[in-house]
Design a protein. Structure first.
Length: 149
């Protein structure tokens, strides 16, 4: 009976590992990263759309704002940064430190065309907030053209 339980556990672990690999490939666009899996999806984003703006909030704890780069086109937003997070714990035997380093980049397609000149970005308490002004729709109304004589 022990052999059957042991085999079943191995098969379940293999299935879980295969499914994790499948979902990682789906969500990362088949790009492999050297960062630990907990940082692959950095930054985590929340996007809201109003009549005239698109607002994004990105959770980027432990990142120096000087290490962030935000670029915008009419239809995409890219956030790049460098992570240097540390965790220090005092133990009876001394100090234990864990450090994480690495770069990240995330590009998303925006739900509407935006004005690249009307971008406002703020960084407070590990949250980057970006407000983008939507482009006004190009109307179908005509423009009067002067005819030269």
């Amino acid at each position: 009976m022990f052999e059957l339980t042991h085999w079943k556990d191995q098969e379940m672990k293999r299935l879980r590992r295969d499914m994790d690999r499948l979902f990682d490939r789906m969500f990362t666009g088949f790009v492999f990263s050297t960062l630990p899996t907990e940082f692959v999806n950095l930054p985590r984003l929340e996007m809201t759309e109003a009549d005239d703006t698109v607002t994004l909030k990105a959770e980027i704890p432990g990142v120096d704002p000087d290490q962030l780069e935000v670029s915008v086109t009419a239809q995409t937003l890219t956030i790049k940064g460098r992570l240097q997070a540390g965790n220090e714990k005092e133990t009876p035997r001394g100090t234990r430190m864990e450090r994480r380093y690495g770069s990240f980049s995330r590009t998303i397609r925006l739900p509407a065309k935006v004005d690249t000149d009307g971008v406002d970005a703020t960084y407070r308490k590990g949250v980057l907030k970006i407000v983008l002004v939507k482009r006004r729709p190009e109307g179908r109304h005509g423009v009067r053209v002067k005819i030269k004589k």
